[in-house]
Design a protein around this ligand. Sequence first.
Ligand code: NAD
Length: 716
Amino acid sequence: MSIQESIKIVPQGDVAVVEFDLVGEKVNKFSTPVMTRLKEVLEELKKSSYKAVIFKSNKPKIFIAGADIEEIKSMTTKEQFEAAVKGGQEIMNMVEDLQIPTIASVNGACMGGGCEFIMSCDYRIASEDSSTKIGLPEIQLGILPGFGGTQRMPRMIGLQAALDIILAGKAVNAKKALKIGLVDKVVHPNLLDEQAMKWAKEIIAGGAKKRRKKFAAKGLVNKVLEGVGRGIVFKKAREGVIKATKGHYPAPLEALAVIQKTYGMSDREAGMRIEREGFCKLGVTDISKNLISVFYLTEMVKKQTGVTGVQVKPKDVKAIGILGAGTMGGGIAYVAADKGIQVRMKDLSSDALGKGLKHASDLWMKLLKRKSIDKYQFQQKMDMVSVSTDYSGFKNLDVVVEAIVEDMGIKQKVIGECAGQMRPDAIIATNTSSLSVTEMSKGHPRPEYFAGMHFFNPVNKMPLVEVIRGEKTSDETIATIFELTKRMGKMPVVVKDGPGFLVNRLLLPYMGEAAFLMQEGMSIEAVDKAYVKEFGMPMGPFELMDEVGLDVCIKVLKIFKKSFGDRIELAPLMEQLGSSGRLGKKNGKGFYQYSSDGKRGDVDQTVYAALGLGAATNPYDSKECIERGVFAMINECSLALLEDHIVETPHEVDLAMIMGTGFPPFRGGLLRYADSVGTQYVADQLATYAVSRKAARLKPATPLTNLAKANTKFYK
Ligand code: NAD
């Protein structure tokens, strides 16, 4: 019964209005039962005497979100994919082949299968509401559009525009969709139904014409593009994909190959078969499974409150304060104000405040130049940020984020001062990267209203925020900071207080290991190349150390050594680095050379001699370089997760590592990667390196050896 109700034909005179409203779900999606029902509806339409059809959704801000990812996830064999994709293609063909004109009336998210569906219709009208997003995101799940998307989109909007969308897994808003011809009309959301019906009646009055079949069409543009021109487009697209993915993601290359083989083909079935083959090839890969699991990790956060076991309502946050307008403060002001949250920023001097404001305004200026926002929006965003050198206005703030100098004494003092100027129920969250939140909360008269909110640098780019629970932090405070993080467009992961919290605790041993590799004769280039080109990290450990600041790395490693003892070792060259005046990117002197505008150049070859090292001899292969660094992270993670319970689940580790460090998503995250190579293998290799390289720090930790002995994984 319910599935019948999910897609209904509502007659309106000569026009059949087909309404999608999947019962019991927030979104419309193409699951197997929905597709079966759609087929029935199409059969009914085929036999009917209607003169036109309008397809619409009754869900607010959602047209059709796409295929049911749960089903894709559960499929493991080529045969399963073949059957599902073939079924979907046939239904889209049925839509295309209906004898009466079809109009898709799009009122929100129209993704993947939803987009393929509207492309099978004759006409498309969309609401100009900001929720309208039309696109083909399949590539991001390691697959390709399989319901005819690779066939219809290039024919509909042209090869280049289609490649831009398909190869990046992009979606466009209504305005852009109109511009590129993905929809024919855009109207105010309130007028969508009325205008769709008006259009249907006009089409009927005009003889109820179908559109010319695109598969047979060979317009002028197609002809021009044929031959050399088209070859160049494909060559450039391929180069672009390889540059962007470093060859780690097969899906965009496969999609490109499918389009190249089929573009301009007039035989619809042959094209669909090639698309299907491409889809099946990708669907069974581990990479696709890993990317789907990353998708689930991000979906998981959307549903969470940051507190488990009890229901807690986050406080309403209208305005926030930021203490410190430096690198982090300016970035935090930008992301908050950008999402419509009022910001009051305080620093010690007007000069410092000016720098913080400039940081934010420079970022908006870039958007203005790219025409992503207009002048009016630019001004609106700027007006969201006010500044002050005193606490005026702090009484009205719901949350203050502290981002001043990394010094426990100063922070505690300033936090106490600030709390005295705020309402008793207002929250203060520290952005500290290495100090104890519990210890810092002693500066706050009501520590239950105090937590950590650890953003990563650069704030506008890095999606992760670690929400840190101090010993006395209340559930309500956690829920409020968690929700605020999401509103800022960031990904929150709740972590327990502890040295380095989660991400830095895992990253530091990885960076530290690179220093040992260099000490033992590896070149900076060889190590960074292994991580980036082979493993897929966004930057190598030496590049990363330069970014973070060598002084900061050394300081944090020393803090860790105090807390964790022998497990943390500092390569002698790190000690020497400390007194070498090399701070990394910030003073233009690190492992790499930097231009005056901060652009990274080649490795600074003088660094070896400056650290008392001879020329690099590269004694190890890239496998050892990668394993020593990545397995060191896994080792530390086994303790952080299973012994210290810094986070509760492997899911949170993987999400945090992907969002906070750019750990390659195609590997599914640090622990999914550990499971894929096997905990036994990781433990054995670490034990081998610990002996062969005389590196006690690499000895497998007890929780990891326990997993290995029991032949189990991090993910149960
Ligand atoms: P920064 O030096 O760029 O900025 C600090 C700002 O705080 C300065 O403008 C300073 O004038 C101001 N300030 C100092 N005392 C103040 C006070 N009493 N009241 C108001 N303002 C005051 O530092 P940053 O890099 O932005 O770091 C700030 C905090 O964020 C630190 O706790 C740091 O550990 C943390 N953090 C930094 C990074 C990073 O990569 N820079 C990353 C994550 C977290």
